[in-house]
Structures are given as C-alpha cells and as structure tokens.
Ligand binder design. Structure first.
Ligand SMILES: *Cc1c(COP(=O)(O)O)cnc(C)c1O
Length: 406
C-alpha cells in the first residue's frame, strides 16, 4: 500500500536524496571551515570540498570547473546572467530577447531592466506545444541585441526548446546565450558546448539537493563571457559573486550532480514509464482531457493535463492527500490562470482546469496507480455536479448558448 500524502510535484522542488544528506553532514560539524580561510587546515578542507563539488557540477554539463560560479539558487543565477550581461555590454547594445513562457526569475529580471531604461526586451511567442520558433528568434535579432535568454525546458508544461539550434543562431550572430536549465539539468543530457550555451542557470533543490544553493556556468573561452557582478564584497567566485560560500550546500549540490549524471539514463527510462502509465490511465478513463505541452519533446517526469469542466483548484481540494500543482495561481487576490498555459493558446476555461504532475526519483508504480485512481474518480464526481458538463454531454454547443446576466 502507498503512504499518504503522496508528493508528485517534483518541478516545484524535490526531497533531498539520502546520499546527498550523508555527504553534507560532516560539513556542518567537524569540517565547518570557511573556504576562504587560506591559512589553516579548516579552510583548506572546506576549499577542497568546494573544488570537488565544482568538478561534479561542471562534469554534469560538460563545462570546466573554473567556469562554475556558486550562487544562492537559480533566481540569483538568472538575475546575475541577465542584469550582469546587459550592464557589462552596454556599449555594444541594449536589446534582450527572451520568451513569454520563461520563469518569473527571467521575466521579472527583464522587466526590471525595461523599467529602469537599461534595456528593451523582445518576448518571443511559443507555438501550441510551448516551443519557440528559431525563425522568430532570427527575425527578432537586431544590431543592438546583446543577450538571448531562453530556458532549456519549461517548468509547467515540460516542453524542451530546440536549444542547440538557438545556440547556433546566437553563435552565428555573436550574441551571448543564457539558458535557464533548472528543469533540464540532471533530467536530460545537457552539454554547454554541443548546445552552444554561454551562461547556464541551475539549482540544487530541483535535482534532489538542498534549497538555497545553485550555480551559474560562465563560458571562459570561445567567447569569454563577461558579467558585471550584482553582489559586491570580498571578491569570492572570481569576483563575480561575493559572499562566504555555503560549503554544506555546495557539497550537496555537487553530490546531487554526481548522482544525476551517473543514474540519468536509467532514471529517465523509469520516469518515462511512470509518466506514460499515469497519462494512459487518465486518458483511458476520462473523456475531454487535453495534454498541455509537447507530446514528445518533453521532460520525462512531466505531465500537464486540462480536465474540461473541472476547476483545477476544486480538483486539488478533492485530492488533498496528493501534492500536485494547478494552472491557477491563487497567490493573488484574483484567480489568474497560468500565463504559460495561456501562451500555448489554451482558452481561459481549460487553463483553469490544468493540473501539473511532476513524477520524480522517489515515486513508485503503486503511487502512480493510486493517483490515477483518485484523480479520475474526483474528476468524475465533480463533473457529475457540473451542469455545463451535462449540457455538453447532451450535445449542446456551449459557445452558442446565450447566458442571461441577471
Ligand atoms: C525553480 C526554478 C527557478 C528558480 O530556482 P531557485 O533555485 O528556486 O531560485 C528558476 N527557473 C526555473 C525554470 C525553475 O524551475
């Protein structure tokens, strides 16, 4: 039997792998040194641990260890990449190209640059699967473009962009290419040279490491990419990111990268099986369900589905022993449907009906069966109470119905 509650929201965060915790523990206690202490063994020990982690991180993405700058997470990495490049290259131009379905850490960094007049930004659209068209990118480039920032894989719908092609276009035009690869690193093979990536953001807590630590890869050669630091201080991390290093967190990030690299192939097969089982189970038992995102160019653990005639939020309430996400952000006073789902051209109603399942390392086949069963039963129950679903079943085209407003 399964243990409740079930966590199936692995795009939001992941539990720390026990092997990662084990690697971290000594660095809280006997090995507590400051990695910047150059004159005693405590410092050397910490520095050695950080060097080892840097190698583990670099190996996972095909980088050199000196190209890895430690940060507090991908939000900071995205800010540093975008604001750092725009500031450093301001004499060359002030135009940035990004995409409408990016994470808020990217979109809000771009907005901040627009607000302060430091950059103009082009937001590329996506197709119905959530993918950018490389031709749109080509057409958006001007002689003032200094940065292209496009994510590797989307955190809501799992769509994987044609990154190597985007990288080729950037290289051809001599423009720096930043990629928020938080959801892709450790999940699908990422290689900064093959993919033509100049700057890459990653985060530990999305790959079974601890929260509050991440990194940014900064290309050192062909071309050497420069950034204006956003944090001033002791000149740590080759001057790009000052602040005492979070040694325990860094050790955890390194270990998480090492495990991901060693087990990715096998884990992907397993996650793909579980995801496909979940998808098949839902689509076999229910009518009027729609897949959001790309059918194949997609993260193995991601499933995003709209259940027509059912409010995502109501569905979540009905399955409270299962942790998944809905496409409605109820953080604000207004219930806004997800801007990502909307960007795919999905209508507002269906966007409100979307649920994101994130299958991860610690999910089991039994859990997938349980979730399939609970979700399909709850959707049926909610639809039984829905007059709209009844009308649609009777063949009434809801778009032609004249609703009275009183
Ligand atoms: C989670 C996430 C981030 C933010 O990472 P933090 O380390 O939590 O700051 C950025 N981009 C994407 C795509 C994410 O999924």
């Amino acid at each position: 039997m399964v243990k409740l509650p079930i966590y199936m929201d692995n795009h939001a965060t992941t539990p720390v792998d026990p092997r990662v915790i084990e690697a971290m523990l000594p660095y809280f206690t006997e090995k507590f040194g400051n990695a910047a202490s150059r004159n005693h063994s405590f410092g050397w020990e910490a520095e050695e641990a950080v060097d080892r982690a840097r190698n583990q991180i670099a190996a996972l993405i095909g980088a050199k260890s000196k190209e890895i700058i430690i940060t507090s997470g991908a939000t900071e990495s995205d800010n540093l990449a975008i604001k750092g490049v725009v500031e450093f290259y301001k004499d060359k131009g002030n135009h940035v190209i990004t995409c409408v379905t990016e994470h808020k850490a990217v979109l809000d960094s771009c907005r901040a640059l627009e607000r302060t007049g430091k950059a103009t930004v082009t937001y590329l659209p996506v197709d119905k699967y959530g993918m950018v068209d490389p031709d749109d990118l080509r057409n958006a480039i001007t002689d003032k473009t200094v940065l292209i920032t496009i994510m590797y894989a989307n955190n809501e719908v799992g769509t994987i962009h044609p990154i190597a092609e985007i990288g080729r276009i950037a290289k051809e035009k001599g423009i720096v290419f930043h990629c928020d690869a938080v959801q892709a690193v450790g999940k699908v093979p990422v290689n900064v040279d093959r993919d033509g990536i100049d700057l890459l953001s990653l985060s530990a807590h999305k790959i079974y490491g601890p929260k509050g630590v991440g990194a940014i890869y900064v290309r050192s050669k062909g071309p050497r990419v420069r950034l204006t630091p956003q944090m001033d201080g002791g000149g740590h991390e080759r001057g790009m990111r000052s602040g005492t290093l979070n040694v325990t967190g860094i050790v955890g990030l390194g270990k998480a990268c090492e495990i991901a690299g060693a087990e990715m192939e096998e884990e992907n097969r397993r996650l793909l099986d579980l995801r496909n089982k979940l998808q098949a189970g839902i689509f076999e038992r229910l009518d009027e369900v729609y897949l959001n995102g790309h059918p194949t160019a997609r993260l193995p653990g991601n499933l995003n589905v709209s259940f027509a005639y059912v409010e995502g939020e109501s569905l979540l309430m009905g399955i409270s022993d299962i942790a998944v996400s809905s496409g409605s952000a109820c953080t604000s006073a207004t219930l806004e449907p997800s801007y990502v789902i909307r960007a795919l051209g999905v209508d507002e109603e269906l966007a409100h009906s979307s649920i994101r399942f994130g299958v991860g390392r610690f999910n089991t086949g039994d859990e997938v069966d349980f979730v399939t069963d609970r979700v399909t039963r709850e959707v049926k129950r909610l639809r039984e109470m829905s007059p709209l679903y009844e009308m649609a079943r009777e063949g009434i085209d809801l778009k032609t119905v004249q609703w009275k407003s009183e």
